[in-house]
Design a protein around this ligand. Structure first.
Ligand code: SF4
Length: 290
């Protein structure tokens, strides 16, 4: 497989087209547009209840140029598993089957279906586009909403830490696991190229900021996604058969304070909480990079 090594070489064909229903600057729409450049037209996608389910189409209009199934909240990986089985029976092997869910459809409401598909080593790709809140239903906190983030139901800041979804998925021994960011499109596209070539269960977790939930401007989506990597809170790596490779080493490290202070959702964090988070980020950064 020849990886796309330059943005100039990214295919011009759009499989998630303009005219979609997302807000301006929507990280979720950016993520799927970039991923489809690698997955290509031989792809079937299932999406549970989420912003992404409605962004891509409702009624008789759609922004998708591929088959797209809107599943129930709990079961996108199960639906994808069934589609794969139906293709296999017909001898059709050249189709990427993808379940694409938000953080709720991945880590919370959809988790039983996801863990089942991963444990069975279903030959599908599951993608979590992570905006760190339940944006389709008003921005409520979920299990991978960050500690102390202000949401409509945690007005004083979320009182518990974010669940380590990457460690949970790694414990399923996927054939491929990767993190990605909408601020690093080439890295994201290459990871989807690799995932498309590998057989077995594959998991890609994309940080996809939402300006509404994060308390930022619409034009800050990519900036915040980049700052998350530069401060070390979101590290970009992949694991093939459990062996980790860091794919992006930030050219500069910034304090987490610079990332947090741009976002309205962290307005209740005091200096002691920021210092504690900085220490945890530094520890985790060393652990992943070593
Ligand atoms: S609410 Fe957020 S995630 Fe949903 S469409 Fe708007 S920007 Fe995208």
């Amino acid at each position: 497989m020849e990886l796309i090594n330059s943005l100039a070489d990214v295919p011009e064909t759009e499989l998630f087209t303009g005219g979609h229903g997302g807000c301006r600057g929507c990280g979720a729409a950016l993520a799927v547009r970039q991923a489809m450049k690698a997955l290509g037209p031989r792809t079937i996608i299932t999406i549970p209840a989420s912003c992404m389910a409605t962004i891509g189409g409702s009624g008789l209009s759609t922004a998708w140029e591929i088959p797209f199934y809107h599943s129930l909240f709990e079961c996108a990986p199960a639906v994808a598993s069934g589609i794969r089985a139906a293709l296999d029976i017909q001898g059709i092997k050249d189709v990427n089957v993808v379940s694409w869910a938000g953080d709720a459809g991945t880590a919370d409401i959809g988790f039983q279906s996801l863990t089942g598909a991963a444990e069975r080593q279903e030959n599908i790709i599951h993608v979590c586009y992570d905006n760190e809140t339940y944006m389709n239903t008003g921005g409520q906190a979920g299990s991978i909403t960050p500690y102390l983030a202000v949401t409509p139901d945690t007005p004083g800041g979320k009182p518990t830490p974010r669940k380590d979804m990457l460690a949970i998925m790694a414990a399923h021994h996927p054939a491929y696991l990767a993190t990605a960011s909408v601020a690093y499109p080439l890295d994201l596209i290459q990871k989807f190229q690799k995932a498309g070539e590998i057989q077995g269960f594959r998991y890609i977790h994309i940080l996809a900021p939402c300006f509404k939930g994060w308390g930022i401007r619409e034009d800050q989506t990519v900036q915040l996604a980049r700052l998350a990597v530069e401060c070390g809170l979101w590290q970009l790596y992949e694991e093939i058969d459990g062996r980790r490779r860091v794919t992006v080493i930030p050219e500069r490290r910034i304090p987490v304070r610079e990332y947090l202070r741009l976002q309205g959702r962290f307005k209740t964090m005091d200096e002691a909480a920021i210092a504690a988070l900085q220490a945890e980020v530094d520890r985790r950064f060393q652990e992943v990079q070593s």
